[in-house]
Design a binder for this molecule. Sequence first.
Ligand code: XMP
Length: 324
Amino acid sequence: NWTMENFIDTEIQRIRNLVGPTAEVIGAVSGGVDSTVASKLMTEAIGDRFHALLVDNGVLRLNEAAMVKETLGDGLGINLTVVDASEEFLSKLKGVADPEKKRKIIGNTFIHVFEREAAKIKPRDGKDIEFLLQGTLYPDVIESISFKGPSQTIKTHHNVGGLLEDMKLKLIEPLRELFKDEVRHLGELLGIPHDLVWRHPFPGPGIAIRVLGEVTPSQVQIARMADHIYIEEIKRAGLYHKIAQAFACLLPVKSVGVMGDQRTYEQVIALRAIETSDFMTADWFPFEHDFLKRVASRIVNEVDGVARVTYDITSKPPATVEWE
Ligand code: XMP
């Protein structure tokens, strides 16, 4: 009979048979559920012959790289390398305001950095790394076969074709028959911390598509701080698990405000929180007024460069989840 415990055992065995006694495997981690579960499973199967790589692209959430190092590396014993490529990504994003261009730049730079850093890892058997781990889920498999909608480019950063060809890697996808709730269950069984297992999704292009218009280090910092406060308050209010996804966006418009007896002229933060089952349609989350009041006041007071906070009350459709 099919149980998740049996799945773990058979999958570990399958990975060992596939990889053999000496070959090595590489995979990117993001701090999200799927790549963490896939990496932990791989570590259970082949230990340090699995190499996880976190590329810090400069548009991750606040303290994200340190958090991943602590949770995956120290906590879960995954053989992890963190590469800080922030400056490389941010310099390529300079002057670019178009959302799809930002996505392409981030996707291409990611492949470039990943290949370069992967080449620095020297397997013990003296050969090249042979396999690439991907945390692909069943819905991703279906989507890549059948999805031809206008936002097809959503998945551009998932395109590992380049890595497979250039680096001559073979793909391993241990989660490709699982749905998201099954991956979460698997994650719990593998001892992955609850908070990570139940994390909201985060887009590959990260904060770059939540800083509307041009992405600069100072804009990223504003969006990042506002987002951090917002998520902290959502957790404190016990609402995190009731919401499918929540984040702050930084709008590139200035607005007049008043702080003390000073007139201010600063930017605007838009907060988004949605309820959804499949992300194809979504409703905005009905926060209590006091909650919104508290978040708005904290953001304006604690984040330099923000004079006003708004809450996005548009459903999908017609709006998308992200603003870009
Ligand atoms: P939209 O904005 O299309 O978002 O309604 C639906 C879901 O997809 C995520 N999203 C992305 N994820 N790369 C990603 O990995 C992207 O370019 C991207 N764009 C949107 C979004 O966060 C939401 O969960």
